[in-house]
Ligand binder design. Sequence first.
Ligand SMILES: [Zn+2]
Length: 197
Amino acid sequence: MTTDKITYKVKRSKRKSLGIRIECDGSITVLAPLLASAEYIDEAIAKNKDWILKKQSEKLSAIGERRLQPIYLDEIKALKARALTILPDRLNYYAELLGVSYSKLSVKPMLSRWGSCSAQQSISINCLLMLAPDEVIDYILVHELSHVKHMNHSRAFYAFIDAHFPHRKQCEKWLKSEGVILISRVRLAKDKKDRIN
Ligand SMILES: [Zn+2]
């Protein structure tokens, strides 16, 4: 819904009063009692317009600053070290869950992909993924392990993922928007010696 150029979504629940929440992506959620009318909600939005716009621009500029921060080689090395301590156990956990096995795990920084699985069932994971939410990391692990069963992106492949991991869609969405920005932050490291290639 939109009032005075403020777009928001409404979440109704058994609460007694109206609440306005500015999400970390700058979007607005109105927490409303079950029976609150649309007019009542519109009025509350109009009344709090200044506060909403202020909070919203604070959130958005925080996001903007983070997005423009280059990722340098030192940080990438640290991400790789962290990936090597965290990912093996998680990969084994999901391998067991999916009932598949792989031959080898390698971790490296990549600019064009999040992971891969070779015909020899060797799995490579992009260490930049350590900057993604846990759920997205898990999705990539599940995705690559699923290639052990299906070496393609067929319906059967995605059905196999979905049977074991219910959050695929939102993770793909994250990778398409935030993931692309993350990779572009590596490219922002202008000095060649600070870049991975
Ligand atoms: Zn794939």
